[in-house]
Design a protein around this ligand. Structure first.
Ligand code: ADP
Ligand code: MG
Length: 696
């Protein structure tokens, strides 16, 4: 018996075929084709990497401010300091005084003049040849050196199988009609070029990935993605779902099921739907009347009123004798929905089941029985609804609030067998995180999108102020005046990602300080470690104005709704991302009072944080904020933590390459219509086994 050898570092990265290696394209290049004197380097090497060489004249380990290695090299023209904050003894030896080294890095202004921090160093004779092509730098992992990857890629590029794998098979006629230019090289040439660009290549366009060779690769990648998304779309249309057409509701009351819920709900609502709400409700209503499952994202800024739309959709499903489920990512948010739905639906006689992770075993069992027997018409809960494999009697609609927090992997595939047929349930996702159009076109080609682009009437804009933490006392005295007017406020404690314990500790400290500073008012504290009953009790007290100031960790980020609380202070706002602050801030500005959000920050402020706080002060437009966020973090994070990874486009940047998406879309349509035989081949080439995200 032979035992399989453990996977090599290359295999662990999935680089186990010539094709995989060929598509492992450089993330950047190093220019070792040119060599500059030290004097030239000092002038040219700011902001980009440059190569120079010289003799070591000093090699010294210092301990101030921390242990580091300082090396000075010199040539006929000048000298240059190299600084290493981490180093091995072998490096110290390599750069012994008298050694000749070739170094490459950026020149920066250090405390003692210009220097290179952590340059790449090679000990070579002064006349060692320069390389003929730019040196690729590959995405790597621990234990996998550039040298190993470079060797493996070079070998792969010579592999005979590659000719076949990278063969040109997109019809030239179609390409000529669609592509804006004919200077994109054939695929195989493009890939070879990107691995070994000649010394005279346009480095800038290579780095920016706008070079024709990159364009060719990006186009192919997008094409594969568009094809698979269009396919997913077609597959969904072939699935069966119960049709909830308006006017076709069950007319007779059977099994004690109440009917006319939708009409009833519209009557009990204390407000009229806004124009935008009416529009999205009709879009959703139409989807629900189809015999294939709805897959729709309802997008609307914080406070735009998505909940009532979810309730209407649920009512429609219930009127057809089906169950509806509403899920939220956090217990607090799910509870808010539960309370709201009780308020709206219980007068109409609807049976609601509440299911969350923290229920006692007995309560959970009871809820599950109600769900399984069909007695519960509306089911509200957290992720537990998905995770615990609850079996529904007759689920017709699943609403998933703040769906981006669930991530694609947790998206539901609820099906049930009716006779010999499989039925899927309709799905409505809701999100306050606006998804920029480019993103929607790629990740969500099979997701229909409705947008609530209007806030309910009477909302006041939120004035956002950015204040130094040193002025905390002033902020607290302002808070005193505020509360004295009979208004309420939130105090949000800093996010400490590394430690929940620390986060709790600072929250408790702020709570104690504020309790002391504001003796006339009741201060409450809510955080993630509280039991859900305790959380609910605090929230209820805040809602009833028994608590005037609510000190909270980010548990209140989503969904909390207390109109009389129109002031929010966020401590250490510099630690929060765009989306978080936007969501948090959306908790205020819901009542008739002028709303204020105070972003307190501690110095020193990084450039990025400064820009972020400034943007947040200037705009409360969710779309603007989301675009900034996208350019900063990339789509993976915006869509949900775990969603990126294999779902990511590897070579395409959705902002930079937006125009390519449209090209790829056209090409995908034509390929599917005219060259169905080539479609499989193209998908196989680009996606291989990475087909997970196509189910979206
Ligand atoms: P979100 O979209 O952030 O989930 P909610 O559904 O929680 O927003 O709605 C925010 C608040 O606005 C709630 O108090 C809700 O009752 C109220 N609301 C929703 N629609 C309207 C409307 N058409 N007119 C007035 N108030 C509304
Ligand atoms: Mg909401």
């Amino acid at each position: 018996m032979t035992t399989k050898p453990p996977p090599t570092a290359l295999e662990k990265m999935g680089l186990n075929t010539p094709m995989a290696l060929a598509l492992h394209l450089p993330s950047r290049y190093e220019d070792e084709t040119e060599l500059f004197t030290i004097e030239e380097a000092l002038g040219l090497g700011r902001f980009h990497s440059i190569q120079t060489q010289g003799v070591v004249i000093r090699n010294q380990v210092t301990f101030r401010p921390r242990r580091q290695l300082l090396v000075t090299i010199e040539d006929d023209t000048a000298s240059l300091q190299l600084r290493f904050l981490n180093f091995y003894p072998s490096q110290q030896k390599q750069m012994a005084v008298g050694a000749h080294v070739r170094v490459r890095g950026e020149i920066r202004e250090g405390y003692q003049g210009p220097e290179m921090v952590h340059p790449t160093v090679r000990a070579v004779v002064p006349e060692a040849p320069l390389s003929a092509s730019l040196t690729p730098v590959y995405p790597a992992s621990a234990g996998l050196s550039q040298t190993i990857i470079r060797k493996a890629v070079l070998k792969a590029l010579q592999d005979a199988s590659l000719k076949e794998s990278l063969a040109e098979f997109l019809p030239p006629k179609l390409m000529a009609e669609i592509l804006p230019t004919n200077d994109w090289p054939p695929l195989q040439d493009a890939i070879t070029y990107l691995h070994q660009p000649p010394a005279d290549a346009n480095t800038q366009s290579l780095l920016e990935r706008t070079h024709p060779a990159w364009r060719r690769v990006q186009f192919e990648e997008l094409l594969a993605q568009q094809i698979s998304l269009k396919r997913a779309h077609a597959i969904r249309r072939e699935r069966r779902a119960p049709s909830f057409a308006k006017g076709q509701e069950k007319t007779k009351s059977s099994n004690k099921v109440n009917l006319g819920i939708e009409e009833g709900l519209l009557k009990v609502l204390p407000f009229e739907l806004t124009g935008a709400q009416t529009r999205v409700w009709s879009e959703i209503g139409l989807d629900l009347s189809n015999t294939f499952p709805m897959n729709r994202l309802l997008q609307g800024d914080v406070g735009s009123g998505k909940t009532v739309i979810a309730a209407l959709a649920a009512a429609r499903a219930m009127d057809h004798g089906y169950q509806a489920a509403i899920m939220a990512p956090t217990e607090i948010l799910a509870e808010q929905h539960y309370l709201k739905m009780q308020e709206w639906f219980e007068p109409l006689g609807v049976k609601i089941a509440w299911l969350s992770g923290s229920l006692k075993a007995k309560e959970k069992k009871l809820a599950q029985e109600m769900i399984e027997s069909g007695e519960a018409q509306l089911i509200i809960g957290t992720h537990a609804l998905i995770q615990d494999k609850v079996s529904f009697a007759k689920l017709g609609l699943a609403v998933i609030d703040e769906q981006h927090r669930f991530g694609v992997r947790q998206r539901l595939e609820i099906q049930q067998r009716v006779g010999s047929e499989l039925f899927y349930c309709h799905q409505l996702m809701m999100s306050a995180t606006p998804i920029p159009r480019t993103l929607a076109m790629t990740y969500y080609a099979d997701l229909d999108v409705s947008v609530i682009d209007e806030l309910p009437p009477g909302r006041k804009p939120i004035a956002t102020k950015v204040v130094k933490a040193a002025r905390r006392d002033e902020v607290i005295s302002g808070l005193y005046d505020w509360l004295s007017k009979g208004l309420q406020a939130y105090w949000v404690c800093p996010l400490i990602e590394e430690s929940e314990v620390l986060q709790l500790q600072t929250a408790v400290e702020s709570f104690e300080q504020l309790t002391q500073a504001l003796p006339n008012f009741k201060v409450g504290l809510v955080h993630g470690r509280l039991k859900s009953k305790e959380k609910a009790a605090v929230m209820a007290a805040f809602k009833a104005n028994e608590i005037q100031l609510l000190v909270a960790t980010t548990v209140i980020e989503v969904g909390v709704d207390v109109p009389n609380a129109a002031l929010m202070v966020i401590e250490h706002a510099e630690r929060f991302g765009y989306a978080q602050i936007h969501q948090l801030r959306g908790r205020v500005g819901r009542g008739s009072a002028d709303s204020v959000c105070i972003l307190m920050y501690a110095e020193p402020l990084s450039l990025a944080a400064k820009e972020r706080l400034q943007t947040l002060r200037e705009t409360s437009d969710g779309f603007v904020i989301a675009e900034r966020d996208l350019s900063l973090r990339g789509p993976g994070e915006l869509l949900g933590a775990k969603q990126s990874g294999d779902a990511m486009l590897r070579f395409v940047d959705l902002q930079r390459d937006a125009w390519l998406i449209e090209l790829a879309q056209t090409a995908a349509e034509r390929l599917l219509a005219e060259h169905g035989d080539l479609v499989e081949r193209h998908l196989e080439r680009w996606l291989g086994s990475r087909t997970e995200f196509l189910k979206a």
